[in-house]
Ligand binder design. Structure first.
Ligand code: SIN
Length: 311
């Protein structure tokens, strides 16, 4: 096998490999984050989306495993942003992405003011897309609200920041969100969050499978791969070249990682499959990706990134 260069970059931050954990996956507590720091073939660490105040999240059951993926209604359980801001300033093993979320635009501004005033020089990611907070819509489905919050942020925020998006399903919506995002100096977009407000039915019990919101929850895993790939591709075709893309959604094999990169992803994050398989998944995915690159004679990610062909 020829030597592969799996290095990649988001803004000024260099990563040894393209794989990340999806925010929310094994990244809420100090112990979980320490496990990620020790995980081979994980290029960087994304923290659980942090809010102004700590949150317990939604009632259990709030995650349900399916043969074809998962449904979750976690509701942003997290230790509050000061914990994660402190963590990213101390973490030395791998580059970090500090994920933050707000229950309101004012919350977001307050959190980001502290990030701005801190010594943290790494990447931040604003989660505009959690579908599971009771009574709160997904901000990035409201293009006017998204523009307004970004305008407020870039009045004072000068550090590298990207956004986490929900999946879009109409080409007009890709045009609209790209037109908003292209007006701001974003480092990256992370696409997609879970496919919001799916419903899984247990026909034996004649019941839903998660507690909050009457069982409506975010879908992840294999079943959302085509949606995730479509979002990576459609955004890569529309966003300014200097906005990088983290592809998230549906990865179970190295071929799926390859497909995300072929659609234009600079990095690829893994969620449901980590829960199913454990942190060893990153070794397997890396090996499978390298095997595909070997078969095709590719030696770096740049050899095929964004080079998906049309018929
Ligand atoms: C959650 O905590 O509900 C999942 C995270 C997200 O969808 O942003």
């Amino acid at each position: 096998m020829t030597e592969k260069n799996l290095k990649t970059q988001l803004a000024h931050v260099a990563f040894d490999g393209p794989l990340l954990n999806a925010s929310g996956i094994h990244c809420q507590t100090a112990d979980e984050l320490a496990d990620l720091a020790a995980t081979a073939n994980l290029g960087g660490i994304v923290t659980k989306s942090a809010t102004l105040l700590p949150r317990q999240g939604n009632e259990n059951p709030r995650y349900y495993d399916l043969a074809y993926g998962s449904i979750n209604s976690m509701g942003l359980p997290n230790l509050g942003y000061p914990f994660y801001l402190d963590y990213v300033q101390k973490e030395e093993a791998k580059p970090t992405i500090l994920s933050v979320a707000g229950l309101s635009a004012d919350d977001v501004i307050e959190v980001l003011r502290d990030v701005q005033n801190s010594d943290y020089q790494g990447l931040t990611e604003l989660n505009l897309s959690c579908p599971n907070v009771i009574g709160k819509p997904q901000t990035a489905y409201d293009f006017v609200a998204t523009r307004k919050v970004l305008e407020r942020i870039f009045e004072f925020f000068t550090k590298p920041i990207g956004v986490k998006l929900p999946p879009y399903f109409d080409l007009v919506h890709f045009d609209q969100i790209a037109a908003v995002l292209n007006d701001f100096p974003l480092t990256h977009v992370n696409t997609v969050n879970s496919v919001g407000n799916g419903l899984v039915v247990d026909i034996e019990k004649e019941q839903v499978v998660t507690k909050a919101k009457g069982g409506f929850g975010g879908l992840g895993g294999a079943m959302i791969l085509p949606t995730a790939l479509a979002n990576v591709r459609a955004l890569r075709q529309r966003l300014n070249d200097n906005i990088a893309i983290i592809g998230t959604g549906g990865v179970t094999t190295g071929a799926d990682v390859f497909a995300h990169i072929l659609c234009g992803a600079d990095m690829v994050s893994v969620g449901t499959q980590v829960i199913k398989e454990g942190l060893g998944v990153y070794d397997r995915l890396t090996q499978e990706l390298q095997d595909i690159m070997d078969e095709k004679g590719y030696t770096s990610l740049a050899d095929f990134r964004g080079k998906l062909q049309e018929l």
